[in-house]
Design a protein around this ligand. Sequence first.
Ligand SMILES: [Zn+2]
Length: 318
Amino acid sequence: MYLDPWKPVDKAIISHGHADHSRWGHKAYITHHINVPIIKHRLGEINVTGKEWGETFTIKNVKFSLHPAGHIIGSSQIRVEHKGEVWVFTGDYKTEDDGVATPYEPIKCHTFITECTFGLPAFKWRPQSEVFNDINTWWSDNKAEGKTSVIFGYSLGKAQRLLRYLDTDIGKIYTHGAIENMTEVIRPLSPMPETTRVTRETKKEELLGNIVVAPPSAHGSTWIRKMVPYVTASASGWMAFRGARRRRAIDKGFILSDHCDWQGLLESVEATGAEKIISTHGYTDIFTRYLLEQGYDARTEATQYEGELGEETEKEQE
Ligand SMILES: [Zn+2]
């Protein structure tokens, strides 16, 4: 039994649908039932079993259960219990309730295996309501200037979070094909606003003043030329880095992450009551050093998880 394995195995428990956690080639998949249609969309006809939150299943005397991780829709932490010893594997997670994913719940455990994509004290997120106010104001300003707004977010997770809070009183929401395809899968699972797919037939005049949600890979592609005159923005935790927006030649950066910030990580570690903390990906060394100073038994474990980078490098087809 493996959790989010990166090599093909017989039995895999999958935390969530991002490409760096749900790989192709396992003989059997177990995941939360909300994630079943999502990973089927990505991986095709796989042998997958869906579980409820907190539903216990036993494999060779080890008890497993899935608990909300709040990262993206259908994302789980995986609780593992054997002879009274409890470990929790977070996969990716965030503590803020984004209104789309089932909100994160801290789980008591002895050992906590945590991601720390943004495990630096400099990362401190604002409440998403403030960020979405900024995004909608930006859209409205672009419209007043007669421009199309193009905002980049990963096709699974970030895109639906954007869709949920874009203000359709300003204009219409258009989507890149990769985002429309994924959103069609998610519509029966979570309410989404009306969207229109950008196709070859879409005229640039009809896009003017409206907003287009696209995956990061669409930036710099021929696809985006249809949007002229347009203004670009990225909604990502990486936008907190000085220079990240300029390096990517994006007009505007909105700091919006589906991962914990520094405080979120620390509060989560504390809420689990765990004494052993294992960090899997992100700023693991800095986070681990800090935890050691606080008296935790902390270490880093090398994995192939990539946090937001893994979500971005996923191949996104139009
Ligand atoms: Zn993820």
